[in-house]
Design a protein around this ligand. Structure first.
Ligand code: SAH
Ligand code: SF4
Length: 360
């Protein structure tokens, strides 16, 4: 099997070159071709010596997961379904805005955590994505979108908010993050790359040490009793520990606040009283809130909060001095909105096909 070079971060690629008897700076040259030019054909890399190109062509490849479906929403959102083998697919979503272009990336096929309101959780877990499969989403999306008039890729921000829990696929996620940040690869600023986590406390500490990027934490409830039911991993890492980890993270974070995500579920976590409890809960964590209207999917009994409840909830947070945004639902018509990323989960029976039919 040829070695897929998308599986290497800069350090690992330099090691691979040394093993081949090549100088490490050649690895940086190659990275620029792969990530800055989006090139996957060694023969086209004209400033690399022909002998090295031949050597690479014999033993290595640059292969992003194959796109099996591409959809374009009325609002410009694009969704790609990527085949990651053995009947699995994951999704990546591009959300264009006036001042930035954001790619939402998946890190696992399925998820082990089974949050009550999440369609990915309902699929169960299949496997962790490799580095190539994670960074390959960005590689492909750039390839499909092309460069803007300024000669730069259109993707300026990346959020790890697609399928899966990034911090439970820690090593591969961090290698992919390093490629996003590396000046010889995508060169994105740490502030423009966001990891979203349901609150895996020890891994948040590791991320702070190994690769601090912007952090979003999925809160969804103002107390342990409710959070235990909505985000079951709360039983392992309760709110007190989670908020302490947020404060520690801020010591090294590229931004001076944590973004708390909060999916509003009608009659479950959206009352004014709960908003007040939330304000008390986070009083000593510098934060912003991102309120997410619940995106329904076929197997759920939850409902989206009504706009009036959303407004009242937001007002309580704002009056307490917390910057709060309400996320616009994008890509709804192509099931690309948060928590609707369903993908195809492996299957040799018929479930896959039925599942797709339900979702699309
Ligand atoms: N596992 C990570 C990242 C992926 S989920 C996490 O949980 O943070 C990304 C975000 O989508 C999370 O905030 C999650 O709570 C939210 N989400 C999940 N299902 C949703 C749904 N049906 N509607 C709206 N948001 C949802
Ligand atoms: Fe997993 Fe995040 Fe969905 Fe929870 S919300 S099941 S952690 S993907």
């Amino acid at each position: 099997m040829p070695q897929n070079l998308l599986d290497f971060d800069a350090h690992a690629l330099a090691g691979y070159f040394t093993e081949m008897g090549e100088k490490p700076f050649r690895a940086r040259q190659l990275m620029r071709w792969i990530y800055k030019e989006g090139e996957s054909n060694f023969a086209a890399m004209t400033d690399i010596a022909a002998t090295l190109r031949d050597k690479l062509a014999q033993r290595a490849c640059i292969t992003a997961p194959e796109i099996v479906r591409e959809e374009l929403s009325d609002d410009g959102t694009r969704k790609w379904l990527l085949n990651v083998g053995t009947g699995n697919a994951v999704e990546a979503v591009f959300i264009p805005e006036e001042t930035r272009g954001t790619l939402c990336v998946s890190t696992q096929a399925g998820c082990t955590l089974d949050c009550a309101f999440c369609s990915t959780g309902k699929q169960g877990f299949n496997r962790n994505l490799s580095v190539a499969e994670i960074i390959g989403q960005l590689w492909w999306a750039n390839h499909r979108l092309g460069k803007g008039v300024d000669g730069n890729w259109k993707i300026s921000n990346v959020v790890l908010m697609g399928m899966g829990e990034p911090l439970l696929n820690f090593d591969n996620t961090v290698s992919a993050l390093r490629l996003m940040l590396d000046d010889h690869a995508y060169g994105l600023s740490r502030r423009r790359v966001t990891v979203s986590t349901s609150g895996i406390v020890p891994a948040m500490d590791r991320l702070r040490e190994e690769c601090p990027v912007a952090l979003a934490v999925s809160l969804h409830a103002p107390n342990d009793k409710l959070r235990d039911t909505l985000v079951p991993v709360n039983r392992k890492y309760p709110l007190k520990d989670l908020l302490a980890a947020c404060r520690r993270y801020l010591e090294r974070a590229p931004r001076d606040f944590i973004t708390f995500e909060y999916v509003l579920l009608d009659g479950v976590n959206d009352s004014v009283q709960q908003a007040r409890e939330l304000v008390r809960l986070v009083h000593d964590v510098p934060c912003k809130f991102n309120l997410i209207p619940f995106n329904p999917f076929p197997q759920t009994h939850y409902r989206r909060s009504n706009p009036e409840a959303v407004r009242r909830f937001r007002d309580v947070l704002m009056e307490a001095g917390i910057v709060t945004t309400t996320r616009k639902t994008r890509g709804d018509d192509i099931a690309a909105a948060c928590g609707q990323l369903a993908g195809l989960v492996q299957d040799k029976t018929r479930r896959t096909v039925q599942h797709l039919a339900e979702v699309h």
